[in-house]
Design a protein around this ligand. Structure first.
Ligand code: HEC
Length: 158
């Protein structure tokens, strides 16, 4: 009888541990396999199911919508409110293609974050720093995901 109880408790413990591990937030895994890296924009695979995008793709959609709305506000002569546009840590999110998670991608993300902060640090030169920010979207997209480039190239303010 005692063994049955022990087995029962062990089984519960096993199920518990398995589930709690599965629910733990997954740390982004960095691909170091150099053969699978691509520098020509191919790393962004076409999304198989556009209605079920990965978290990074969803964040990018928000970033694009925000850039569009920043652009309109600057054109109307309004001052951008940093509280309305908090920085989105897209580089921690799961991408469609995990091969993008290599060193150059994180370097680009870091430069993008610097450019992002500068927009709000220069309230009197927002157009200039907004355009630099869009350059840094373009810079990363030239290496990692060339699909949206056509759209992003329309973002800069003349
Ligand atoms: C550090 C690199 C990097 C930067 C900077 C970056 N992107 Fe992206 N972007 C990506 C990658 C990689 C994907 C593919 C994400 C995925 O499919 O999970 C992507 C996807 C997208 C998409 C497609 C999302 C979809 O619907 O599938 C758009 C639009 C986009 N980015 C716009 C932008 C805009 C606008 C900016 C600047 C405000 C920007 N990106 C900055 C790397 C970057």
């Amino acid at each position: 009888m005692k063994t049955i109880y022990t087995l029962f408790i062990l089984a519960i413990a096993f199920v518990w541990i398995t589930f709690s591990c599965n629910n733990a937030p997954q740390a982004p895994t960095v691909a170091i396999d150099s053969t699978s890296m691509s520098k020509d924009g191919k790393a962004c695979k076409p999304i198989k199911d556009p209605n079920n995008p990965k978290p990074m793709a969803l964040m990018m959609r928000i970033m694009a919508a925000n850039a569009d709305s920043m652009r309109s506000e600057i054109l109307r002569g309004e001052k951008l409110d940093s509280l309305k546009y908090p920085f989105i840590k897209f580089y921690l999110a799961e991408p469609t293609d995990s091969n993008v998670l290599e060193m150059q991608f994180f370097d680009n993300a870091r430069l993008f974050q610097v450019a992002y902060n500068q927009v709000f640090q220069h309230p009197t030169e927002q157009k200039k720093y907004y355009n630099l920010l869009i350059n840094s979207c373009i810079h990363c997209h030239e290496s990692y995901c060339s699909g949206p480039l056509k759209r992003i190239r329309k973002f800069p303010i003349e």
